[in-house]
Design a protein around this ligand. Structure first.
Ligand SMILES: Nc1ncnc2c1ncn2[C@@H]1O[C@H](COP(=O)(O)OP(=O)(O)O)[C@@H](O)[C@H]1O
Ligand SMILES: N[C@@H](CCOP(=O)(O)O)C(=O)O
Length: 326
């Protein structure tokens, strides 16, 4: 459960008095997520999500995240909308944290996504990339190639605690990625964390995308590689090419990948596997024992990284060259 900061009923009622949402009828911490503290609120006017922004969120980035949700929703993407307070502000303070209210999205995230879901996710990712064009604000990706070494430096001395030999392997990988990372591929607004727990389905249909708190400007194909990592591996660690094919076909039905993006995909997938390995490793080593959060296994991402090192071309992910849907 990700609730790092507790809230008292009195403080919550004072916080809510700045919004036009009626009277509080119930609230509870949400047993999902790892980054921020989230609460499901019911008031006399409906259900809402209250988020208290925690350690990895720079308050200066909140206008980007909240503005992006508005921009994407205006362009037809189903994502939460931030609620404005009666004074017009989108942000308040609760329990000493920056806090926002967002609309509640119906749907469930899938514990066992199938290839058909991967296709929907690929399509939604491309739709988001297209809809992100024209968003006025920008945010550098703090967790792209230039951010990995500082993170690694904080964790490397204890990395072998999770598995002997990891420190040397990651040091070599980081050198390779820093030396070969592409910079000339199409860029735009990316979600940067489109994992199954951030995509809701109602039945077979994708009903919404949440959690834009890693969103930033970066290479669009890097976002595709994040989804390959997050959606197309089985629990036993095997890459599922049918899912990869579906995800890439869904993406290309909206936005065909360029030749340069296709060529770079195995390297980008190594990079995105390293990125999630590093944040998970750091959290694994630093999250206090009593925190109400389920820590994620860094080694899952080491194994994915090792798989991508064996990939020569994007055809091994199931890539087919397809035309946009009519
Ligand atoms: N707008 C929303 N509508 C419905 N549920 C939501 C919404 N936002 C968050 N949640 C719930 O809260 C959980 C954690 O949210 P998330 O934004 O992923 O947190 P974190 O940033 O801490 O990872 C989600 O898995 C979901 O159950
Ligand atoms: N998706 C990341 C962790 C961030 O998770 P979220 O709950 O904010 O989506 C991982 O799996 O390491």
């Amino acid at each position: 459960m990700a609730v790092y900061t507790d809230i008292s009923e009195d403080d919550l009622k004072t916080f809510l008095s700045a919004y036009d949402v009626g009277e509080l009828t119930s609230y509870k911490g949400i047993a999902e997520g790892v980054e921020n503290s989230n609460f499901l609120l019911h008031t006399t006017t409906g259900a809402f999500i209250l988020t208290l922004y925690e350690k990895r969120v720079d308050p200066g980035d909140l206008p980007f995240f909240l503005g992006l949700m508005q921009h994407l929703a205006d362009r037809g993407l189903n994502c939460p909308l931030p609620l404005a307070r009666t004074d017009g502000a989108l942000l308040g303070t609760l329990s000493g944290r920056p806090a926002a209210m967002i609309t509640f999205l119906e749907g469930m995230w899938l514990r066992k996504p199938e290839a058909a879901h991967c296709r929907e996710v690929g399509r939604a990712l491309a739709e988001m990339h297209v809809a992100g064009e024209g968003f006025a604000l920008t945010r550098e990706n703090a967790l792209s190639v230039s951010g990995w070494r500082p993170l690694w430096d904080k964790a490397k001395d204890r990395a072998d605690e999770v598995q002997p030999g990891v420190a040397a392997e990651i040091a070599a990988e980081l050198d390779h990625l820093e030396a070969n990372w592409p910079s000339d591929l199409p860029a735009g607004v990316i979600h940067a964390d489109l994992f199954p727990d951030n995509v809701f389905f109602l039945g077979e249909n994708l009903s919404g995308v949440i959690d834009f708190y890693f969103a930033c400007n970066d290479l669009l194909a890097y976002d595709v590689s994040i989804c390959l990592n997050a959606w197309c591996f089985e629990k036993d660690g095997a890459f599922n090419m049918t899912k990869g094919m579906a995800l890439l076909a869904g993406y290309q039905s909206v936005r065909p990948l360029t030749a340069g993006e296709i060529a770079a995909l195995p390297l980008l997938a190594r990079g995105s596997a390293l990125r999630f390995f590093l944040t998970r490793l750091y959290d694994w080593l630093t999250t206090p024992a009593g925190a109400l959060v389920v820590k994620k296994d860094p080694l899952e991402y080491l194994r994915k990284l090792q798989f991508h090192r064996s990939v020569n071309t994007a055809l091994e992910y199931g890539l087919t060259i397809s035309e946009p849907d009519a």
